[in-house]
Design a protein around this ligand. Structure first.
Ligand SMILES: O=C(O)CCC(=O)C(=O)O
Ligand SMILES: [Fe+2]
Length: 235
């Protein structure tokens, strides 16, 4: 897999700044088109997954996703391990600004042990598949007390060529004001790092927090598939 090179090549100072400003930031390409196809093709391999969620059934939107079972397939495990140490300094910096605890150890392995002790033993890595008319309602991926504040979604199809619509959406709830929205077209093989709950916002007296949610606009045509990485496990 080429993800290690893509992540190393990234300008993480610029990415952290953008993430702080908007609550999301794109990485350089981390998967080749062939690797995207390989990951996307795992969807039909049902033994790899612990459950399938029909989004309409839970009123999460429309479409389907599957939670990978442990042990995770190698490319998914490697991507998660490669991202964790890059995201950790940003998570710690935000926690410091907001005066919050920063319970995340130096390694993903140690952090997952903490999640498991907190009653969150299940993998929350997902493959999503959207067809025409499908969409993902605005939400936050918090599954318990143990939360890592940043997550990543990787585009597996080509916007404009394989599908239309299906922009990644975020809303930011501003204090005593109306919300700000943003959209990102997710290029194939690139990751979007985004905040799970909120972002720190500079205020008159230091820092305050702006709650954020994410979702996906309706896919108009074609098929849009993504890989979602979260760094805490689930109940
Ligand atoms: O499909 C997407 O772009 C977003 C999916 C999602 O909600 C996530 O990765 O947490
Ligand atoms: Fe999500």
């Amino acid at each position: 897999m080429s993800e290690a090179t893509g992540l190393a090549a990234g300008d993480w100072t610029a990415l952290a700044e953008e993430l702080g400003e908007y609550g999301s930031a794109l990485t350089p390409r981390i998967l080749t088109p062939g690797e995207c196809r390989e990951v996307a093709a795992m969807y039909d391999d049902v033994e790899r997954f612990r459950s399938t969620v029909d989004m309409a059934r839970y009123r999460f939107g429309s479409g389907q996703y599957r939670y990978f079972a442990n042990p995770l397939p190698q490319p998914v495990r490697e991507l998660r391990e490669a991202f964790y140490p890059r995201l950790l300094p940003i998570a710690r910096d935000w926690a410091e600004k907001l005066g919050r605890p920063a319970p995340w150890p130096d390694t993903l392995k140690e952090w997952l042990a903490i999640c498991h002790e907190a009653g969150q033993p299940k993998s929350a890595q997902i493959l999503l598949r959207y067809g025409p008319g499908d969409w993902n309602a605005l939400h936050q991926d918090v599954f318990g007390e143990a939360v890592f504040p940043l997550q990543v979604v990787i585009g597996l199809d080509r916007p404009g060529a394989d599908y239309s619509g299906g922009e990644f959406l975020m809303t930011e709830q501003r204090p005593r004001a109306q919300s700000r929205g943003s959209s990102t077209t997710l290029p194939q093989g690139q990751g979007l790092v985004f905040t799970t709950r909120d972002r720190p916002v500079r205020s008159a007296r230091g820092w305050s927090t702006a709650p954020m949610r994410h979702g996906v606009s309706t896919v108009r045509t074609g098929r849009r598939r993504t890989l979602g990485l979260v760094f805490h496990d689930a109940k």
